[in-house]
Design a protein around this ligand. Structure first.
Ligand code: 6R9
Length: 649
C-alpha cells in the first residue's frame, strides 16, 4: 500500500442522482458520531414503524454491564417494510429477478406477487403451529421460495436460521439442535453448475442424527422433481400447502429488540456461534447502508451474488434491497457455468446496474483471461462492489478495468456477520478510491486501532481494528450463550467491540484491512499481513491466487509460507519460485520474502470462498494430524493434495 493509486470520483458519477458528495460525507459523518442519537433518530425514520420509537440508543460496551438496545420502544415488521409499504407505488415493479442455473431459465416476481406469496406462506406457518419467537430452519437453494420463507418468518415474528445449502447433514443437525427448531424448510434438490444437490436427502439424514431428532415438520419446495424419500407424518409439499391458503395476512407488530434471525458463523474456537440479530436496529441499518453505499436509484437492477446462507445474502440480497423497493437479482448458478462468461451475460440479459461480488470470484474469473468476460457488453453497469475478504489491488484493477470498463467505481465493503451491515466502505460520489482499501467508516461508525496492549493509536497506525461505539445493526448475543458473546467480543480490549481483524490507517484516514488478527505474522519482530504478501504474489503475472501463513522458523520466529496457484497454462519451476520470491522482495521488501513456496493446484476454501488458513498453517508446520473439521470445505480433496505436496517438497 506504499504509493497507492487514487481513483477520484468520476465526473459522470457526481452528476444528478448521486446521494453523497465529499462535503456531505464529512459533514454527515461528523454529525453522526458527535450526536449519534440525533443522527439515528432521523435515519431511523427511513423504515415504517407501527409504533414510532421515542428512545434511540441505550448501549454499554462495559463487559460487566453489557447491553445494546436501539429504538427499543418502537414496533415494526420487517416483511411489511420490504413488501406492504411498496404496494401502492411499486406494486407492479419487479422485486426479484430470478436467474436459474441454466441460462434459459429466469423469472420476474413483482412486489405484489411476492407480497401475496409471503402472506400465503405466513398463513401456512401459522397453520403448522409456528409461534412468534420460535426458530425455523431454512435449508434451501437460491430460489425465490427461499426469500418467501425468510420474509414469511419475519411476518409472523418467527426467528429464521438459514443454513447454507452446501453444509453437510451433520452441520445442519448441529444448527437445528442448537436453536431447537422443529420446522425445516427445504427443497427436493438444489441445482448448481448443472449438478444436483440432495437437499431433502440431507435433511432426512440430519433428522436421523440425535441433533435433528426434534424436527416435526419438513416443508419441501419442488425444484428439480428428482425423487425423494417421503415421511407422510412429517413431510409436506410447499405447493400443496400454499394452494389452499389466503393471500391476506396482517403483519405482526414486533418490538424493535425482538429477535429477527440467527445465523451461524465459525469462530476461531469451538462450534459455530449463533449470531443473533434483532428487528428494528438491523432493518434500519440494512436499509440505510444499502441505499447510501450502493447509491440506489429507482430504476436500478441490483445483483448480489452471495448465497442467502451467508450474511451478505441476508442484508444485501434480501432485506436491504427490498426494504428500499429495489429490484434484486437472485442467481441460482455459478460463475463458470455454462462458461466463464456467465456473469457478464447475466448482467446484459437483465441490464444489471450494480454488481456486488467477492474477490475470490473475481480472481477465478480473472484467471481465465479477459476473453470470456469481454463476450458481454456490460454497458448497463454503473457501480461494482466487493465483500468477504481483502481485495488485492491486482484483482481490484482487473475488476475495474475489465468488468467495469474503467467506468464504474468499486465499493470495497468491510463488515462481518456480527456487524449486520457494512461498517467501512467508500460512498460512490463521495469517496476517492484506493485499490485494496475499504476506505472510510459509514455514518455513525467509530473504528479505532489499538495496539496489543489496548493502547489507542492515533493518525497513521496499524493494529487491532475495534469499534468504539455501537451501531444499530450490531449483533445482540450469541444465541443461547450470552457469556460467549461477552467473552469473544468485549473482553480482549475493554469498552470496545473487538472485530478480530487487523487494519492500517493511512495519512488520509483510509482503512486497509490486513486480515484476521490471527493471520498476522511476526517475522523477525516485524509485523506482516498475510494479505499483503498474497497481494504481492498475485500481482505477478504467473499467479492466479495465493494463501500465506506463518510457520515456525528457528531464527525469525515465524517464517512466511506461501501456497501459490498458478495461472492456467503456467508450469511450476524452480526458476519461477525464485522469481516470485524476488518479486515479493521487490514489491514489499526483503522482510516479506517467502521462506517457502508450495505449488497448490487448489486452496482449501469453505463453500463461501474463505480460505481455511488453520489447515494451511498446520500443513506448513508439517503437522498433518488434527487438521480439525474439514467438513465445511468446498472440496476436501485439496487437503490431501497439499499434504502430499508438502511431503514431497
Ligand atoms: C460480510 C462477511 C467477516 C470477515 C471479516 C474480514 C473479512 C469481509 C472484507 C473483509 C477485508 C473486506 N472481510 N469483508 N476483509 N475487506 N471488504 O464477509 O462476513 O463471513 O462474517 O466474514 O471477512 O476478515 O472479519 P463474514
Amino acid at each position: 500500500m506504499s504509493e497507492a493509486k487514487i481513483y477520484d470520483v468520476p465526473a459522470h458519477y457526481s452528476a444528478a442522482g448521486t446521494r453523497n458528495s465529499p462535503e456531505d460525507y464529512e459533514r454527515r459523518y461528523a454529525q453522526s458520531v458527535q450526536d449519534p442519537d440525533a443522527f439515528w433518530a432521523e435515519e431511523g425514520r427511513i423504515v415504517d414503524w407501527i409504533k414510532p420509537f421515542t428512545k434511540v440508543k441505550d448501549v454499554s460496551f462495559n463487559a460487566d454491564d453489557l447491553h445494546i438496545r436501539w429504538f427499543e420502544d418502537g414496533q415494526l415488521n420487517v416483511s411489511a417494510n420490504c413488501l406492504d409499504r411498496h404496494l401502492a407505488e411499486r406494486g407492479d415493479k419487479t422485486a426479484i429477478i430470478w436467474e436459474g442455473d441454466s441460462p434459459d431459465q429466469s423469472r420476474h416476481i413483482t412486489f405484489r406477487e411476492l407480497h401475496a406469496d409471503v402472506c400465503r406462506f405466513a398463513n401456512v406457518l401459522l397453520r403448522k403451529g409456528v409461534k412468534k419467537g420460535e426458530r425455523v430452519t431454512i435449508y434451501m437453494p437460491m430460489i425465490p421460495e427461499a426469500a418467501v420463507a425468510m420474509l414469511a418468518c419475519t411476518r409472523i415474528g418467527a426467528v429464521h436460521s438459514v443454513v447454507f445449502g452446501g453444509f453437510s447433514p451433520d452441520s445442519l443437525a448441529g444448527r437445528i439442535e442448537d436453536c431447537e427448531s422443529t420446522v425445516v424448510i427445504t427443497a427436493d434438490e438444489g441445482l448448481r453448475g448443472g449438478k444436483s444437490v440432495p437437499l431433502k436427502a440431507n435433511v432426512d439424514n440430519a433428522i436421523r442424527t440425535p441433533g435433528g431428532a426434534g424436527v416435526k415438520t419438513v416443508i419441501v419446495v419442488r425444484r428439480t422433481g428428482g425423487s425423494v424419500n417421503w415421511d407422510g407424518s412429517r413431510d409436506h409439499w410447499y405447493h400443496d400447502l400454499m394452494a389452499g391458503e389466503s393471500a391476506e395476512h396482517q403483519a405482526e407488530a414486533m418490538n424493535a429488540e425482538d429477535p429477527l434471525f440467527i445465523l451461524y458463523t465459525s469462530g476461531s474456537t469451538g462450534k459455530p456461534k449463533g449470531v443473533l440479530h434483532t428487528t428494528g436496529g438491523y432493518l434500519v441499518y440494512a436499509t440505510s447502508t444499502f441505499a447510501n453505499i450502493f447509491d440506489i436509484r429507482e430504476d436500478d437492477v441490483y445483483w448480489c451474488t452471495a448465497d442467502v446462507g451467508w450474511v451478505t445474502g441476508h442484508s444485501y440480497l434480501l432485506y436491504g434491497p427490498l426494504s428500499n423497493g429495489t429490484t434484486t437479482l437472485m442467481f441460482e448458478g455459478v460463475p463458470q457455468y455454462p462458461d466463464w462468461g456467465r456473469i457478464g451475460k447475466v448482467v446484459d440479459k437483465h441490464q444489471v446496474s450494480i454488481l456486488y461480488t467477492a474477490p475470490t470470484a473475481i480472481r477465478a474469473i480473472m484467471r481465465e483471461g479477459d476473453a470470456p468476460t469481454l463476450e458481454s457488453k456490460r454497458t448497463s453497469l454503473r457501480l461494482l462492489g466487493s465483500v468477504g475478504e481483502p481485495i488485492n489491488p491486482e484483482a481490484w484493477e482487473w475488476y475495474h478495468r475489465v468488468v467495469g470498463d474503467h467506468r464504474c467505481p468499486i465499493v470495497d465493503t468491510w463488515w462481518q456477520t456480527e456487524t449486520g451491515g457494512i461498517l467501512i466502505t467508500p460512498l460512490p460520489g463521495a469517496t476517492a478510491l484506493k485499490p485494496g482499501s475499504a476506505t472510510r467508516p459509514y455514518f455513525g461508525v467509530r473504528p479505532a486501532i489499538l495496539d496489543n496492549d489496548g493502547t489507542l493509536l492515533e493518525g497513521v497506525a496499524e493494529g487491532n481494528l475495534v469499534i468504539s461505539d455501537s451501531w444499530p445493526g450490531q449483533m445482540r448475543t450469541v444465541y443461547g450463550d450470552h457469556q460467549r458473546f461477552i467473552d469473544t467480543y468485549f473482553k480482549t480490549f475493554a469498552g470496545v467491540y473487538t472485530t478480530g481483524d487487523g487494519a492500517k490507517r493511512d495519512a488520509d484516514g483510509y482503512y486497509w484491512i490486513t486480515g484476521r488478527v490471527d493471520d498476522v505474522l511476526n517475522v523477525s519482530g516485524h509485523r506482516m499481513g498475510t494479505a499483503e504478501v498474497e497481494s504481492a504474489l498475485v500481482s505477478h503475472d504467473a499467479v492466479a491466487e495465493s494463501a500465506v501463513v506463518g510457520f515456525p522458523h528457528d531464527i525469525k520466529g515465524q517464517g512466511i509460507y506461501a501456497y501459490v496457484t498458478l495461472q492456467a497454462g503456467v508450469e511450476p519451476s524452480d526458476e519461477l519460485r525464485k522469481a516470485l520470491v524476488a518479486h515479493v522482495r521487490r514489491e514489499i521488501g526483503p522482510i516479506a520474502a517467502p521462506d517457502a513456496i508450495q505449488w497448490a493446484p487448489g486452496l482449501p476454501k469453505t463453500r463461501s470462498g474463505k480460505i481455511m488458513r488453520r489447515i494451511l498453517r498446520k500443513i506448513a508446520a508439517y503437522e498433518f494430524d488434527g487438521l480439525g473439521d474439514t467438513s465445511t470445505l468446498a472440496d476436501p480433496s485439496v487437503v490431501d493434495n497439499l499434504i502430499n505436496g508438502r511431503k514431497a517438497g
